[in-house]
Each structure stands twice: as C-alpha cells, then as structure tokens.
Design a binder for this molecule. Structure first.
Ligand code: ADP
Length: 247
C-alpha cells in the first residue's frame, strides 16, 4: 500500500509543484493520474519512487518512508519513463534487460533466468541480440517495460506510456498493462491522454495546479474532466458505454 500525506514539493527555483496531496493507493490497484501539462503528474510519481525528496509531508510504501528507506522503496518500484531513449543503457536488448538485475548484485544464473523470462513476457525473444538503437518506438517501449519487470517490482509506474507510439504500439502496451494488473501488480499511470487507458483502470485521480482535485472510479469522474482542462474519452462525450482501444 502507498500512503501519501500532506505532500508538498517545491523545486529549487521556487516553483511549488505539489500543494498538499493526500492519497492512498491499494495493493493491486490500477490508478490513472491525469491532469493538464504542468499539473504535477511527473513530480508526483518521481516522489513516489523516491527519486525526489518531499519538501514536506510524507510517502510510505509498504510502511517504508521514502525519505528514510529509499533502498527498500526502490526495490518495490519500477518506473517506465516517458522517453525510452533516456532509460535504455545496454547495447543489445539482452544486455539492457540484464542491467537492472546486475545492479541488484544477483547471481549470474538468476540474472540470466530473469532476462529470459522478461524477454518471453514482453515478446522480445526474437530481438534479444539486436542493438537497441535499431528498435522501433513500440519495441523500445516494450524493452523498457521488460527491463523494469526483470527487477520484479510490486509497483510499476508509467509516465505518459503512449507517447511516440502508433495505434498498434499503444494496443501492445495496453495489453501488457492489463496483464500486469491481472497478475497483481499495482499500476500507476500518468497521462493527459485519458481515453486510451480509462476503460481499464480502477480509479482516476485528477491533478490540477499541483492539487489533487478529485479521485474516484472512471464512471463518476470522466464527465468532469473538461472543467480541469482535460479531454474526456469520445465515448463519454457521446454519452455511450466505455470503449477500449483494444476493441
Ligand atoms: P506534468 O507532469 O503534469 O506536466 P510536472 O510535474 O512536470 O507536471 O511539473 C509541475 C510544475 O513543476 C510545473 O509548473 C513545472 O514547470 C514545474 N517543474 C517541473 N520540473 C521542474 C524543475 N526541475 N525545476 C523547476 N520547476 C519544475
């Protein structure tokens, strides 16, 4: 469980990016954090992973305070960044996936098992020896997810996971997210592009100007998105039943 209390974050230049966030995320929940550009989404998820330190307030992950137990929190979290190129460090697909488990100091056999498993789960086996710079946008995104999975995190955070992807790339990533949710992972996704993921999430949190304005199930909240400068899914605008991008 993730418990966020009275969270404030101020950047060194004085920008107050988050203003008193209170939020509890249950184990196994699929949460969408949405908000217009600059509303604080990226800041919030970087705080949750322990990448940033809160200015005030606290975040506890499974009881560990991110401020004092960054190592324990790190071991529970995996983050898929918006720009895959900023996350890919290995020369080949296999080397890149191995990077995280190697840093955990795992035995070679365990590293190799985890890499094989992540390659299989993400459908990357045929590409295992391919240089990363030759991959398509969708393949790069799958590679970054595979790298995160190889660390075996309980919580997986996706920052704008659909950017740079075409229709089939979006569907692929979405399928993997749904599968990870089914397997019991906690998923936290940030996007301003609500339509692609909303039909599949448990709850939506709306951020605006660094404040958590509303949180609840999609059925209750989607209709209210425009008042916070966020475009609702077409099916909401048309008053119809939800439609997945996988249909
Ligand atoms: P979002 O992810 O919703 O687009 P961000 O969390 O990136 O929002 O940004 C929230 C606010 O913090 C914005 O006003 C942004 O300009 C500001 N901000 C983000 N990163 C920095 C930084 N490194 N230094 C100063 N201000 C920042």
């Amino acid at each position: 469980m993730i418990e966020i209390q009275h969270l404030h974050h101020r950047y060194p230049d004085g920008t107050l990016a988050l203003k008193g966030i209170d939020l509890t995320i249950s184990d196994g929940e699929f949460l969408l954090i949405c908000g217009p550009n600059g509303s604080g989404k990226t800041t919030l998820i970087r705080l949750i992973t322990g990448l940033y330190k809160p200015t005030s307030g606290s975040i506890h992950v499974n009881g560990f305070n991110t401020l004092h137990h960054s190592k324990e929190v790190c071991g529970l979290m995996g983050m898929v960044f918006q720009d895959p190129d900023s996350q890919i460090v290995g020369e080949t697909v296999r080397e890149d996936i191995a990077f995280g488990p190697e840093n955990l100091g795992l035995p070679l056999k365990e590293i190799s098992n985890r890499v094989d498993w992540a390659l299989r789960v993400m459908g990357l086996e045929p590409l295992s020896e391919k240089p990363c710079y030759l991959l398509s946008g969708g393949e790069k995104r799958r590679l970054t997810i595979a790298g995160v999975l190889a660390m075996r995190p309980q919580v997986i955070l996706f920052d704008e996971p659909f950017s740079f992807l075409d229709y089939s790339g979006i569907q692929e990533v979405l399928r993997h997210m749904i599968q990870l949710h089914r397997e019991g992972h906690t998923l936290i996704v940030t996007t301003h592009d609500v339509e692609k993921v909303a039909p599949h999430v448990d709850r939506i949190a709306i951020l605006h100007n660094g404040e958590l304005k509303l949180i609840g199930p999609p059925e209750d909240l989607l209709i209210r998105l425009p008042q916070f400068g966020i475009r609702p899914p077409c099916y909401t605008l048309l008053g119809g039943k939800k439609i997945s991008w996988l249909e």
